[in-house]
Ligand binder design. Structure first.
Ligand SMILES: NC(=O)c1ccc[n+]([C@@H]2O[C@H](COP(=O)([O-])OP(=O)(O)OC[C@H]3O[C@@H](n4cnc5c(N)ncnc54)[C@H](OP(=O)(O)O)[C@@H]3O)[C@@H](O)[C@H]2O)c1
Length: 335
């Protein structure tokens, strides 16, 4: 059994699909109130728990031999922040995995952890990485740079508004990675001696810049490239101004300043060679990522297909009980 944390996320849902496509047993860690209906057709098991609840992690890990940890915090909430989830939650997960005798844990970190200073999105991942290396578990730490989907998000704003603020420095070298390719790398890492107990910076097949990746994303989808560049210094200044709104936006802007300005280009051929997978070309990935709306943004599916059956820290195994017979849980969270 493989436990996937962050299974409802952008990357985690791809990881679940990739693992299930080759018939592996998968258990998704889903937190209370999260939307997960689009995973129903994968045949995965669910465990309803939370990284901030160490007891739930111990139970989620029963009979689990491998873990792919894709959890993260995009924008902080009052009680769900980088420290509690990325640092403390990850460390609790590693401790529970060690106690349960997990054989290999793949942790999705982030390029820039070394240079991110005290920016919580990066310092929290740095603490988690250090704890994992010290834990005694067999591990692989993957540090991806920007996702192709980040540029698809920017292109959607161009589509909606005619232009966009492009964060970071336009000439920053990057190798945007398609989340499906990253999911394949994470699966390959479960039993790849070359990456066992190693930290690997990963990326897609093409070395671009922030500016050229944005332009090619727009061109691949028939859009103009009108944008205002928002350099890191401007993002940091803005984060200072956002302080009265609370640390949520301050930390988000500070994270963007690192994400879009940290040089993260990799050798694409080396990536393919290490992981033994062909990587999707940027233009093809750009079209696919732009076309794919996250299922939780699909209003029709939300209304028609959402099944928010929830348990508190218990396991749903497909086939053991009819879906309709599950007890209804708390209403979905809409944050
Ligand atoms: N470009 C990028 O975005 C980028 C680049 C490099 C690295 N990364 C890293 O890649 C990983 C995946 O990114 P992503 O874009 O797929 O993230 P995402 O879509 O924001 O997904 C985050 C996942 O973590 C889960 N989560 C949040 N708080 C939790 C908690 N308290 N307990 C349990 N689960 C919790 C979320 O569950 P809910 O559905 O309940 O919210 C969601 O499934 C993250 O670690 C991120 O830092 C991202």
């Amino acid at each position: 059994m493989i436990l996937v944390t962050g299974a409802t996320g952008r990357l985690g849902s791809q990881v679940v699909r990739v693992l299930r496509s080759v018939g592996l047993d998968v258990r998704c860690l889903v937190r209370k109130g999260s939307e997960y209906f689009w995973l129903n057709d994968t045949g995965s098991a669910y465990f309803f728990g939370d990284l901030r609840d160490p007891a739930s992690l111990g139970r989620a890990l029963r009979d689990v031999k491998q873990v792919i940890a894709c959890h993260g915090v995009r924008v902080e909430r009052t009680d769900n922040d980088h420290r509690r989830v990325n640092a403390e939650g990850s460390i609790a997960l590693f401790e529970a995995a060690r106690t349960r005798g997990v054989e290999h844990l793949v942790y999705i970190s982030c390029a820039g952890v070394e240079s991110g200073g005290d920016v919580p999105a990066f310092s929290s991942k740095r603490s988690a990485e250090a704890a994992l290396v010290e834990s005694g578990l067999a591990y692989t730490i993957l540090r991806p740079g920007l996702f192709v989907e980040n540029f698809a998000d920017l292109a959607r704003r161009v589509e909606a508004n005619g232009n966009v603020f492009l964060p970071g420095a336009a000439d920053t070298p990057v190798s945007p990675i398609y989340t499906r390719d990253l999911a394949l790398m994470a699966m390959a890492s479960l039993d790849l001696p070359a990456v066992k107990n190693r930290v690997v910076t990963v990326g897609g097949p093409e070395a671009l810049t922030v500016g050229s990746a944005f332009e090619r994303m727009c061109a691949a989808n028939g859009l103009g490239t009108d944008r205002w560049q928002m350099p890191p210094a401007a993002l940091r200044a803005l984060s200072g101004l956002a302080r009265p709104l609370g640390r949520r936006w301050t930390n988000h802007l500070r994270a963007l300043a690192v994400h879009f300005a940290h040089p993260s280009a990799v050798d694409g051929e080396e990536m393919s060679r290490i992981f033994g997978i062909p990587l999707t070309g940027y233009d093809e990935a750009a079209r696919a990522a732009f076309a794919l709306r996250h299922p939780s943004e699909d209003a029709t599916a939300r209304d028609e297909k959402v099944v928010h059956r929830q348990f508190t820290a218990t396991i749903y195994e497909p086939g053991t009980i009819a879906w309709e017979d599950l007890p209804a849980g708390p209403p979905p969270r809409r944050d």
